[in-house]
Design a protein around this ligand. Structure first.
Ligand SMILES: [Zn+2]
Length: 263
């Protein structure tokens, strides 16, 4: 991804602030971040960590999407929020918090439920989309929108002591539905330890930074699997196929009629 060198991006180029990462990203990489828009969809445990690191790294514009309000049982893992935020919309609180990290970046809070129109709008307005959601129905909606717009989607998911991450992009990898469970309606186990989503959210922020700057290799056609119990991290290869969004495999059009308007 090449930097667009907008005046706004140049204004974000602060050599002192970014002195510890410029040696890795270079000025060009830093400007690429500054001129990029990343959408973080889902501002729970994964999204909290990913958004904090992306704001810190100097991504020029963040789109924060979550319809929920902060609850007390979020606080053990959703590190964007404090007790004073309970009952407030996560997207709005997150935007305020991230402004405190870098007041120059632009942040758009969308405290609304995901629907096909919003998913498409997010995909059109972003360079990278971070899937920090907690259910496959919403994930596949965002995946379809990202696929249609040809935008990279950084997937992360976690439950109990386990998690996974990969990055998908049309023309480079298969889609997210390629690795979706057969029953997308099944709700996962709600038990989770905070550091597990912390690790996965960090990996997602890293993926977005890699995709934007070209530094390192994103998890294209690779699935990272974290087993925090053992502990171990394994990377398995995924087939680099243009899967056509796995419509037949998952019968998405039948099971998710709302997705038909996107495809
Ligand atoms: Zn697929």
């Amino acid at each position: 991804m090449t930097s667009k060198l907008t005046p706004e991006a140049l204004e974000l180029l602060d050599f002192e602030r970014f002195s510890r990462q410029l040696g890795l990203l270079g000025v060009e990489g830093q400007l690429s971040l500054a001129s990029s828009t990343v959408a973080v969809v889902g501002l729970g445990g994964l999204g909290s960590v990913a958004a904090l690191y992306l704001a810190g790294a100097g991504v020029g514009r963040l789109i924060l999407v979550d319809k929920d309000v902060v609850e007390s049982n979020n606080l053990h893992r959703q590190i964007l929020y404090t007790e004073a935020d309970i009952g407030k919309p996560k997207a709005v609180v997150a935007a305020e918090r991230l402004k405190g990290i870098n007041g120059k970046i632009r942040i758009e809070a969308i405290p609304e439920p995901l629907d096909p129109q919003l998913a498409l709008e997010i995909a059109r307005n972003s360079d990278v989309i971070v899937d920090a959601l907690d259910n496959w129905r919403s994930r596949l909606l965002v995946d379809a929108a990202a696929w249609r717009e040809g935008k990279p989607l950084v997937h992360g998911a976690a439950e109990r002591l386990y998690g996974q991450a990969t990055t998908v992009k049309k023309g480079v990898t298969g889609c997210l539905a390629c690795i979706a469970p057969p029953n997308i309606e099944a709700s996962g186990c709600q038990a989770i330890l905070g550091p597990v989503v912390g690790i996965l959210g960090s990996i997602q922020a890293l993926e977005a930074i890699k995709v934007i700057t070209g530094v390192g290799e994103p998890l294209y056609n690779k699935l990272l699997i974290l087993d925090a119990a053992t502990p171990s991290i394994n990377i398995i290869s995924l087939k680099p196929i243009d899967c056509g969004l796995c419509i037949d495999k998952l019968k998405i059009e039948e099971r998710m009629p709302e997705i038909a308007s996107i495809l």
